[in-house]
Ligand binder design. Structure first.
Ligand SMILES: Cc1cc2nc3c(=O)[nH]c(=O)nc-3n(C[C@H](O)[C@H](O)[C@H](O)COP(=O)(O)O)c2cc1C
Length: 354
């Protein structure tokens, strides 16, 4: 038998399987079940107020003594632009009317980036989760150093080699290579930059060849054969998001689960019109309307997200789920409805048998 590879030993896990952080979908129950099964469970606290984030970490700790990962958003602060927001709200006005709600007169950012969030930083230093990961960029060098000195292992998402090099230069411990197939928000540092839209397999090879850090493959991995392929490409572990949405431990609502189990799962779209940043989700009326010819640009992230959330809250009360953010990757039709422990066991059996 081979021993446990050094990177997994560093993370304190046995299996090269990471349940992706999924803000709004991953719960302490989900993360703890994956960690207890030998993988790495993750929680996305990007949009959570500090008290809620603290509670999620404490709940996870109560459910597992194994390592888990806490994920933060490091986007540039939202650029408020009253004219752009008004134009976006006006564009969405017919949808608000359909949802039985007057369009809001104003929308706001809703949550802070970790880059500016001192309270969350202090809370992390106090609670010291074993692993912390960053999406949309990196915090300051001071924060990186302080978290590492507290013994926290740090991961960060790259969507291209340039971002990976910035991550390496910043002294982060490993890179999450997020391909274009991935569900949820694309972790690109600058959403306005040219996007090569690299696939997970090309990106993993590039980062394995051109950086010295362990690479975690993310995007389109749905089963043990996918995990095996990622490891064969040189990845140290595979990070799966969409594969875990149907687990009963996730907080995906009934409409989201139903969509993922329907033909809709076969049509995902990378769009900025739900949140203001590119993210992949199942195609619905909000995306169709937001991307129709002649549409104005959405408000900046996460201001546009506030409008979409208000719209969805009103519409879903009437049983209309066409305006929801139902993030999912290109592999969505392969998602399985299994308890998280069984899913991890199944992934391992497939990977080892592959
Ligand atoms: C519902 C959902 C929510 C997500 N939320 C986050 C998040 O909060 N932070 C993050 O770093 N990545 C997030 N992601 C992206 C994942 O980390 C990962 O890159 C992606 O799920 C991999 O692709 P897959 O969905 O095809 O497995 C999310 C993905 C999904 C599907």
């Amino acid at each position: 038998m081979h021993g446990i590879p050094p990177f997994l030993t560093r993370l304190g896990i046995q299996l090269p399987i990471i349940q992706a952080p999924m803000a709004g979908v991953a719960t302490p129950q989900l993360a703890a079940a994956v960690s207890n099964a030998g993988g790495l469970g993750s929680l996305g606290i990007g949009p959570s107020p500090v008290a809620q984030a603290r509670q999620m970490i404490e709940q996870t700790r109560a459910l597992t003594s194994r390592p888990f990962n806490i994920n933060l958003f490091c986007h540039a602060a939202a650029q408020p632009d009253t004219a752009r927001e008004a134009a976006w709200l006006q564009h969405l006005a017919p949808l608000f009317t359909a949802a039985g709600m007057a369009p809001p007169s104003a929308i706001n950012a809703g949550y802070q980036s970790f880059i500016e969030d001192d309270q969350t930083f202090d809370m992390l230093l106090e609670l010291c989760p074993p692993i912390v990961s960053f999406h949309f960029g990196l915090p300051s060098a001071d924060r990186i150093e302080a978290l590492q000195q507290a013994g926290i292992c740090l991961l960060a998402t790259a969507t291209n080699l340039h971002e990976a090099r910035l991550i390496e230069q910043a002294g982060i411990d490993a890179i999450v290579a997020q391909g274009i197939e991935a569900g949820g928000h694309r972790g690109m540092f600058d959403p306005e930059a040219d996007d090569e839209q690299l696939s997970t397999s090309v990106l993993v090879r590039l980062l394995v060849q051109h950086t010295r850090l362990p690479v975690i493959a993310a995007g389109g991995i749905m089963d043990g054969a996918g995990i095996r392929a990622a490891l064969d490409l040189g990845a140290a572990a595979a990070q799966l998001g969409t594969a875990f949405i149907l687990c009963p431990e996730s907080s995906a609502n009934a409409a989201y689960r139903q969509a993922l189990q329907s033909e809709r799962a076969a049509s995902t779209r990378l769009t900025a019109c739900i949140s203001g940043r590119p993210a992949r989700g199942m195609l619905n009326d909000l995306i169709r309307h937001g991307e129709a010819a002649g549409s104005p640009p959405p408000a900046d992230y996460p201001i546009a997200y506030d409008a979409a959330k208000q719209l969805n809250a009103a519409a879903s009360q009437r049983g209309n789920h066409e305006f929801a953010a139902q993030w999912a990757g290109q592999g969505a039709p392969l998602a399985r409805e299994l308890p998280a422990t069984e899913l991890v066991q199944q992934l391992v059996a497939e990977w080892r048998g592959a």
